[in-house]
Design a protein around this ligand. Structure first.
Ligand code: NAD
Ligand code: TYD
Length: 346
């Protein structure tokens, strides 16, 4: 199979590319990424010379560029991770979320339709379901939960999901969608809760907790998300949505306290700050469908996963320190000095 992975220089897409390139040497993985602030090719250093891997720099919302790429490459499958993904950024600047997340998805769907892609997989999020109350621990998101979004980010992801399902219904396109809970793990950009708290705690800086820290997220290790997407790509039923999550709900405060304990830092570093606007209270996934249909089982629970993740941040300080210093953005120019004079593959 030749698989187009979009957003493969980001957190989850990067982990997925590493997993697929190593797991399936007979498949070819083409990684298309615009290298926004969130894209970092240093994540992919270990595979960049493998014969079954190729990087292409470009924008999923650029219709002419995408059409040419699909024509040239004749992909069998597309897995769309590319997105603007940070809720806080969507509150200050919603426009780019609509462009990349909705328009970009439509451009990819059109190209997939035109060039006969055999499977289009959309990587979505549990945030399309809105939130659950804090005092109803019996409630979970199922695939039938109505879409009910809160932030410009989740609204744009829901818009993309609806387009994907519309292309299935209208044009019989072979699509699948996965909606996963919050991820954590290696190569997570240090502006999201867990890597932000780890990197700041290691620097003995204050840890900004929104509101009272009582909001609940359902945390899944990125490795388990990657395995789930691979299973859906190969064995998932066309036209179906699959929720992904491992029943690891924690309040934000519990997450931060766990990180401080593991790093042997005092709780006095915690600083309560102004709450996020429209802050979703609780996310919690019911993963019964993917467990029963595809026999998916997560390898990590939160306690084992967070230990592994903290250890990774300790062992790979250069990776996140380069991001904090801005140094990572020069990687592309340094690494691809000869290539970036050429056309699309730069
Ligand atoms: P990320 O922000 O770390 O990575 C996004 C990647 O997409 C970056 O490499 C960026 O350069 C690239 N990109 C952005 N705009 C682009 C464009 N117009 N064209 C091409 N590439 C572009 O995000 P992530 O956390 O890895 O999330 C990946 C996907 O998974 C997103 O679709 C997100 O909605 C979804 N998701 C994320 C989580 C989570 O907890 N992080 C949970 C569930 C679902
Ligand atoms: P985040 O990692 O941005 O993911 P999402 O908003 O998509 O769930 O945030 C996770 C939770 O942590 C969310 O409830 C907001 C909270 N949070 C803080 O309390 N402080 C912070 O500095 C950040 C970035 C997030």
């Amino acid at each position: 199979m030749k698989i187009l992975v979009t957003g493969g220089a980001g957190f989850i897409g990067g982990n997925f590319v590493l997993y697929m390139v190593n797991q399936y040497p007979e498949d070819t993985i083409v990684n298309l990424d615009a290298l926004t602030y969130a894209g970092n090719l240093e994540t992919l250093k270990s595979v960049e010379d493998k014969p079954n891997y190729k990087f292409v720099k470009g924008d999923i919302a650029d219709h002419a560029f995408i059409d040419q790429l699909f024509k040239d490459e004749q992909f069998d499958a597309v897995v769309n991770f590319a997105a603007e993904s940070h809720v806080d950024r969507s509150i200050t600047d919603p426009g780019i979320f609509v462009k990349t997340n909705i328009l970009g998805t439509q451009v990819l769907l059109d190209a997939s339709k035109k060039y006969g892609v055999k499977r289009y997989h959309q990587v979505s999020t549990d945030e399309v379901y809105g939130d659950l109350p804090l005092d109803r621990l019996d409630l979970f998101f199922t695939e039938e939960t109505p879409l009910h979004t809160s932030s410009p980010y989740s609204a744009s992801k829901a818009g993309a999901d609806l387009l994907v399902l519309a292309y299935h219904r209208t044009f019989q396109m072979p699509v699948t969608i996965s909606r996963c809970s919050n991820n954590y793990g290696p190569y997570h950009f240090p502006e999201k809760l867990i890597p932000l708290m780890i990197s700041r705690a290691l620097n003995d800086q204050s840890l900004p907790v929104y509101g009272k820290g009582e909001n609940v997220r359902d945390w899944l290790h990125v490795y388990d998300h990657c395995v789930a997407i691979d299973l859906i790509l190969r064995r998932g039923r066309i036209g179906e949505v699959y929720n992904i999550g491992g029943h690891n709900e924690r309040t934000n405060l519990e997450v931060v306290q766990t990180i401080l304990r593991e790093l042997n830092r005092p709780e006095t570093l915690i600083q309560y700050v102004t709450d996020r606007k429209g802050h979703d209270l609780r996310y919690a996934i019911d993963p019964t469908k993917i467990e029963t249909e595809l026999n998916w089982k997560p390898k990590y629970n939160f306690d084992t996963g967070i230990k592994q993740t903290i250890q990774w941040y300790l062992d790979n300080k250069a990776w996140w320190q380069n991001i904090l210093s801005g140094e990572y953005s020069h990687y592309f120019e340094n690494q691809y000095t000869d290539l970036h004079k050429k056309s699309t593959v730069r």
